[in-house]
Design a protein around this ligand. Structure first.
Ligand code: PMP
Length: 311
């Protein structure tokens, strides 16, 4: 039997009881907005830390606003729901938490409510590629444009773009796609932000390059300045700059910091993860897990009562 427990509209229920009807509008048209959030287990303090929960809550409300859903939730409700769920689940390992808001409707695709909220968590450690790096291609698919749908937020329908790019990438023998926008400039990875090290500076495309407003990207820019003392540049990036970069890296909540070993078969740097990428991996994990006292504002600690630990 599936023992997983999920959160649905304020109650923690068995996974099998949290279903969506076949004719549901969000299911039919991809009209669902969501967040992917990480919780880091610290064995020393015996606490879970939700990483940048406030920023995820704000972005979820921005997704609700841009997709023209009803304004049914406050930032505080969205935050508290994740905290309540994690407290009930009481896991003792790193988790990835998916928070979803969708239409409780069978109307046509322009329905705006009523809304439902669901949260489900799965254990997640470091992802494949974290150590050795990924072999990437420049996708033949272009990143969705802000002139058609809002790329800066997380709506399920947007992910058909990343999905097609990933399938093409893997079928062509690569690990992971990079996408240009419709102006031919570097936008992001297929589900992650992209950064590069060029002439010693950490460079990343601006939020006007049709990318998701990534929370990890913001985090790495801050860590590079504060912890590595690096110059950061937020500016347009050409595809050929990727090939000449000292290092290329991808980042995201699930991916954390992923080295890129090659782009279109061109080796990046030495082909091995570079020193900036390695440092950013360490600094991100330390800040997220609370192995440092710095950046405490990024962590929402959730105490796990002894009697409720069961994951
Ligand atoms: N771009 C896309 C399309 C994504 O799905 C993600 C993952 N949420 C990212 C970038 C990275 O965003 P974040 O750092 O906020 O997880």
């Amino acid at each position: 039997m599936d023992k997983r427990m999920v959160w649905l509209n304020g109650k923690v229920v068995p996974y099998a009881e949290a279903s969506v009807p076949l004719l549901n509008t969000s299911f039919r048209y991809g009209a669902m907005v969501f967040e992917g959030i990480r919780a880091y287990w610290n064995p020393r303090t015996q606490k879970q830390s939700l990483f940048r929960l406030d920023e995820h809550a704000v972005r979820l409300l921005e997704s609700i606003k841009l997709m023209r859903f009803e304004a049914a939730y406050t930032v505080e409700q969205v935050r508290q729901a994740v905290i309540d769920y994690l407290q009930a689940l009481a896991p003792q390992q790193d988790m990835h938490i998916r928070q979803m808001v969708y239409l409780d409707s069978e109307e046509f695709y322009y329905a705006r409510g009523p809304l439902q909220m669901a949260i489900a968590a799965v254990p997640m450690g470091r992802r494949r590629g974290f150590e050795q790096g990924l072999h990437c291609n420049i996708s033949s698919w272009r990143r969705i444009s802000d002139q058609s749908v809002p790329p800066r937020i997380k709506c399920a329908g947007n992910y058909q773009n990343s999905r097609l790019a990933h399938i093409e990438s893997v079928e062509s023998g690569y690990d992971y796609p990079l996408l240009l926008n419709d102006r031919g400039k570097v936008s992001e990875g297929g589900g992650s932000a992209v950064l590069l090290v060029r002439h010693g500076a950490l460079v990343t495309p601006p939020v006007t390059a049709d990318l998701l407003e990534s929370i990890t990207r913001e985090t790495l820019l801050e860590l590079a300045k504060e912890q590595l003392g690096m110059r950061v540049e937020v500016r347009e990036v050409d595809r050929t700059e990727l090939l000449l970069a000292e290092e290329v890296l991808l980042c995201g909540t699930a991916e954390e910091v992923m080295p890129v070993a090659s782009v279109d078969h061109v080796t990046i740097g030495s082909g091995a993860p570079g020193p900036v990428t390695r440092r950013l991996q360490e600094e991100l994990l330390a800040a997220a897990r609370g192995d440092t006292d710095r950046f405490a504002g990024w962590r929402t600690q959730v105490a796990v009562p002894q009697d409720r630990r069961h994951v």
